[in-house]
Design a protein around this ligand. Structure first.
Ligand SMILES: Nc1ncnc2c1ncn2[C@@H]1O[C@H](COP(=O)(O)OP(=O)(O)OP(=O)(O)O)[C@@H](O)[C@H]1O
Ligand SMILES: [Mg+2]
Length: 247
């Protein structure tokens, strides 16, 4: 053949169409850690991932043998976000890399309590670490182990006050100064107070905003997600309601 008369291949002016936005943006990873049991890790992880899933490809990586997030994912019967599990710290980097390859834009890692190695690895691989903490004396004291663990990762880390009284500015002020002075950890400016919507929604495989779209918990979760977007340098959600800011 002297010449090739087939049409030239189409010029690629952008990413291939089957590749979602994350190829340009890179996947962001949040690790939710606390060595204290029942602090609100799974609650925080499923709520942030579900808010993210409204506008991004988001998933939860459940690294907890209790498999609470995975069970919640099953109760959702296929609704986003997807929940995948990871049974060993040595597998976590590979699972995250595969998720990014498949188009994930945000991964939220839910970690177990009392599991130093997994929490350390999640913190090491994260862009942002969130530490839910009830603003109560025993919970605050228990932050010490988690603070040491996240500090060694060198990643930005914030305490998120969770499940405290809705209106108790003094409690939050005291807790903030204790955590700042003793553990040198910054506090997220949005708190998630104790709300029944978290109980009711979890049992149905839903989130508080899905359960009651205009409820107080919904507004607080949206505010926390908007703040989280700013920390991760991702475009903020269009609708934000900055309520629930720490006093
Ligand atoms: N802000 C909140 N208001 C009301 N209930 C909450 C709140 N946050 C968490 N809870 C409830 O507290 C319990 C423990 O929360 P969660 O399972 O998220 O904690 P955890 O840190 O993941 O626990 P574990 O260490 O066992 O993994 C759950 O029943 C959850 O519904
Ligand atoms: Mg949990």
């Amino acid at each position: 053949m002297l010449y090739d008369d087939r049409p030239p291949p189409l010029a690629r002016v952008g990413p291939p169409v089957h590749m979602p936005r994350c190829v340009e943006v890179n996947m962001r990873t949040i690790a939710v850690v606390s060595q204290k049991g029942g602090a609100g890790k799974t609650t925080l992880a499923v709520h942030l991932a579900t808010e993210a899933a409204r506008s991004h490809v988001a998933l939860i990586v459940d690294t907890d043998p209790q498999a609470t997030a995975s069970r919640w994912g099953e109760w959702r019967r296929g609704a986003e976000p997807e929940v995948i599990d990871c049974g060993a710290p040595s597998l976590l980097a590979g699972k995250l890399a595969k998720a990014a390859d498949l188009g994930a834009e945000l991964a939220v890692i839910d970690t177990p309590p009392h599991a130093d190695a997994m929490a350390r690895q999640a913190s090491r691989l994260a862009d942002l670490i969130l530490i839910p903490c009830r603003p109560r004396a025993f919970d605050l004291a228990a932050i010490e182990a988690t603070a040491e663990l996240v500090r060694s990762s060198g990643k930005p880390a914030f305490v998120v006050f969770n499940a405290g009284p809705p209106r108790a500015p003094l409690i939050y002020r005291e807790a903030t100064s204790l955590i700042g002075d003793a553990f040198r950890l910054p506090i997220a400016p949005v708190v998630l107070p104790e709300r029944a919507a978290f109980h009711h929604s979890a049992a149905a495989g839903r989130t508080a905003p899905e359960h009651q779209v205009e409820g107080k918990a919904a507004g607080e979760i949206r505010a926390l997600w908007a703040w989280t977007c700013a920390q991760l340098d991702v475009p903020p959600p269009r609708r934000t309601a900055l309520v629930g800011a720490a006093a």
